[in-house]
Design a protein around this ligand. Structure first.
Ligand SMILES: C[S@@+](CC[C@H](N)C(=O)[O-])C[C@H]1O[C@@H](n2cnc3c(N)ncnc32)[C@H](O)[C@@H]1O
Length: 216
């Protein structure tokens, strides 16, 4: 049967991630996450669970050629795509590392800023990963990390769940995969405090509305 006119997805999963999901989902959040840590020229950055590197590239442009960026992911396919995407000429160079978030391949106090966008929910040992991010930062270092809230507070996932339920009968809202698997915002604030951060703030984004809350 001819494939002409049929819906076809070309490329590997990491290529599809970079081409489709980064522009639609992950890319729009990345500049917000990067700005949360107020990067300055010359600073040293680590991006944990970097995927195809959207946060690392934006941070590299913000810290400039006098800064440096290390980007870590467990998945070599994501890293291969990350390496193939060009950076802006006025950016820091980015070193890509295949490693797990709970065993970062860097000495203590190596970085000024750590980022983790939508990675924490996948880590088998989240407290260990947070302790590692704390370990590799200098004493006054900053961490900006992002996770989704529950499905009741995520209109995009709610719409997707309704479509899946209607068309393929998957009970997505009832089983609440986002709420149950990914709603870890409150617990990760607690974990961050236990991992050693003394000043923890949470920012809730609901559409364009943003609410800051000091935690300690
Ligand atoms: C949803 S993607 C987010 C990627 C990227 N931060 C972004 O915003 O596009 C989650 C990433 O976490 C990575 N990951 C999952 N477990 C990991 C671990 N233990 N250590 C490092 N990376 C991990 C996956 O390989 C994947 O690339």
């Amino acid at each position: 049967m001819s494939q002409q006119g049929q819906w076809q997805v070309a490329g590997s999963a990491p290529e599809v991630y970079e081409r489709e999901l980064v522009p639609a989902v992950f890319g729009p959040w990345a500049p917000i996450v990067v700005e949360l840590a107020h990067p300055s020229p010359g600073e040293r950055v680590v991006d944990v669970a970097c995927g195809t590197g959207i946060v690392a590239r934006i941070a590299a442009a913000r810290v400039g050629p006098s800064g440096s960026v290390a980007a870590v992911d467990l998945n070599p396919g994501m890293l291969n795509v990350a390496r193939s995407v060009a950076t802006n000429g006025a950016s820091a160079s980015i070193q890509w590392h295949e490693a797990s978030a709970d065993k970062l391949p860097f000495p203590n106090s190596s970085f000024d800023i750590a980022y983790c966008q939508l990675g924490l929910q996948f880590f088998a040992d989240r407290p260990a990963a947070l302790r590692e991010m704390h370990r590799v930062l200098v004493p006054e270092g900053r961490l900006a990390l992002m996770v989704w809230r529950g499905i009741g507070e995520s209109p995009g996932f709610q719409a997707l769940a309704e479509i899946l339920e209607k068309n393929i009968g998957c009970p997505c809202r009832k089983s609440d995969p986002v709420g149950n698997r990914l709603r870890i915002g409150r617990s990760c604030v607690g974990c961050a405090i236990s991992a050693g951060w003394s000043s923890v703030w949470s920012l809730t984004c609901f559409g364009r509305e943003q609410r800051w809350k000091p935690k300690s």
